[in-house]
Design a protein around this ligand. Structure first.
Ligand SMILES: Nc1ncnc2c1ncn2[C@@H]1O[C@H](COP(=O)(O)OP(=O)(O)OP(=O)(O)O)[C@@H](O)[C@H]1O
Ligand SMILES: [Mg+2]
Length: 482
């Protein structure tokens, strides 16, 4: 057997290992890192064996040492590879977690959007699923033609809904009777019956237009109003409603609430405008009976945008004059009516309405008086009515003792102007219809004269120079002096 030296042995082993490593990059790396350890290990093993004088024995000791060391280095590298793999897995997992978080956020947002949509749909249709009311979907015609936009408000007799007519591409208002009226034929008749039909005759630019009296299915009505009808009651097969013009303007009560009282000139102009409309409509034998700031829209005049006009709504409680009374259509001829129910709004109701006796054109004149007072002072003549003390309020109206000092204190008029205004107002608000103006034209003429007096006074006052003019004049002075 040929004797191999220590270095030769190390070299041979390294060559062998090198061959294995040629085909295996991981082993090559392990070998490269392990060479110094291997060399030291083999040499140490051979040294130990040599000390026993048996070279072959030294081989027996050194080879397992080399193998053990190689295995150790290999393990180290496989651990490293595993670690790297784990790191890579972690990066992927982190990325996935981040993406998952984004998805979760998106899901959460989608859930909120859905909830909001659901809430809006619920609000839109006021669907009470427990009551079995069918839903009105946003943007979907509920009657094959009109979509519900929103509820505008609710009055003493009706719910007003803003709808969009998909055929005419325009907004309209549907006025539906309140659920508690549906089972009463008398109430429904007052709402859309023969009297309301006369409103279709009014085609006046200062009156909110009634387009049509129509009917809808009870389940569509329930979905729109959000209240179930009591099917045990005697409800009609179809529910009547009014289809009317939408006025995109605020009502007078809102304007007074927002801006406070009006200037005397503005109030008088509007009162004249309203009185003129009432006079013209009365020629058709129609009176309003529920005139109040909430039934008067204030808007710009299309013909003259600098001017303000009043558009009157809801002749809904109006009564057509009987044929006998048409003999003197312009006069305040008392109109006998079979309807003895007191109706209207407490702050604007005339004594005859409180007493549920005959109403006529002079009843509207009283209501206009209360509106004129509210425009000029911010309050109706007897103040705001309180639901809890309505009887006391009514008694004040019936006695007709107007709180003169209190009212005049709040009006921006003095001297003769104030006296003249009080004489007009107190006449319009006289407790007895006989003491009021007997013809609209007299009332209108006196208001116009007062308006002229106010306007003339304004015109005769020398105009103070505007701040910008003053500035120019003062800056010109030194130039002129030069
Ligand atoms: N044609 C319309 N155009 C625009 N808004 C309207 C129209 N009709 C009614 N509204 C709005 O809907 C609200 C409720 O109207 P509704 O006429 O039913 O009640 P009201 O005027 O308060 O009381 P009343 O029953 O005594 O007339 C009004 O305050 C008004 O803001
Ligand atoms: Mg109204």
């Amino acid at each position: 057997m040929a004797v191999i030296g220590k270095t030769g042995m190390v070299d041979r082993i390294l060559v062998r290992l090198g061959r294995i490593a040629d085909n295996n990059p991981t082993a090559a790396k392990a070998l490269k890192a392990g060479v110094p350890i291997l060399t030291a290990g083999i040499t140490a093993g051979m040294d130990v064996a040599a000390s026993f004088g048996d070279f072959r024995a030294s081989l027996l000791i050194s080879v397992p040492t080399v193998l053990a060391l190689t295995a150790g280095v290999g393990k180290l590298f496989s651990n490293r590879t595993e670690l790297a793999q784990k790191r890579a897995d972690l990066t992927v997992a982190r990325k996935e977690a981040e993406e998952g978080q984004i998805l979760l956020t998106e899901l959460e947002e989608a859930k909120l959007r859905l909830q909001e949509l659901g809430r809006r749909n619920t609000v839109m249709a006021q669907v009470l699923s427990t009551k079995g009311i069918k839903a009105i979907e946003e943007g979907v015609p509920f009657d094959g033609r009109n979509t519900l936009v929103r509820k505008l408000g609710q009055g003493g007799m009706a719910v007003a809904l803003l709808v969009f007519d998909t055929t005419l591409k325009t907004n309209k208002v549907f006025k539906l009777p309140l659920p508690n009226m549906v089972a009463s034929k008398a109430d429904l008749d007052r709402f859309t019956g023969a009297e309301a039909q006369s409103m279709l005759l009014i085609n006046h630019p200062r009156v909110v237009r009634f387009f049509d009296l129509a009917e809808m299915e009870p389940d569509v009505y329930e979905a729109l109003v959000g209240e179930p009808l009591n099917r045990a009651e005697n409800i009609p097969a179809k529910i009547p409603y009014i289809n009317m013009e939408f006025v995109d303007a605020p009502t007078m009560d809102h304007v007074i609430w927002q801006e406070g009282k009006f200037t005397p000139a503005r109030a008088l102009r509007l009162a004249i405008d309203i009185a003129t409309t009432l006079q013209e409509v009365s020629r058709k034998g129609i009176i309003h009976r529920d005139l109040k700031p909430g039934n008067v829209f204030l808007l710009k005049d299309e013909a003259d945008p600098s001017a303000e006009i009043a558009k009157i709504s809801d002749f809904g409680l109006a009564k057509k004059k009987t044929v006998e009374n048409m003999a003197d259509p312009q006069g305040f001829v008392p109109q006998l009516t079979t309807d003895k129910i007191a109706m209207g709004s407490p702050e604007n109701m005339a004594p005859e309405q409180w007493m549920a006796t005959e109403v006529d054109l002079r009843t509207d004149q009283y209501a206009l008086g209360t509106i004129l007072c509210e425009m000029m002072t911010g309050l109706p003549p007897f103040g705001r009515a309180d639901q809890n003390s309505l009887m006391a309020y009514g008694q004040n109206v019936l006695r007709g003792n107007l709180p003169k000092e209190e009212i005049l204190k709040k009006v921006d008029l003095i001297g003769k102007g104030a006296d003249r205004w009080w004489s007009i107002l107190s006449r319009m608000l006289a407790a007895s219809p006989e003491a009021r103006y007997q013809k609209w034209e007299d009332c209108i003429r006196e208001m116009e004269e007062l308006l002229r007096q106010i306007d003339n006074k304004k015109a005769s006052k020398p105009d103070a120079p505007s701040p910008s003019k003053t500035k120019i004049l003062t800056s010109l002075k030194p130039e002129e002096g030069k």
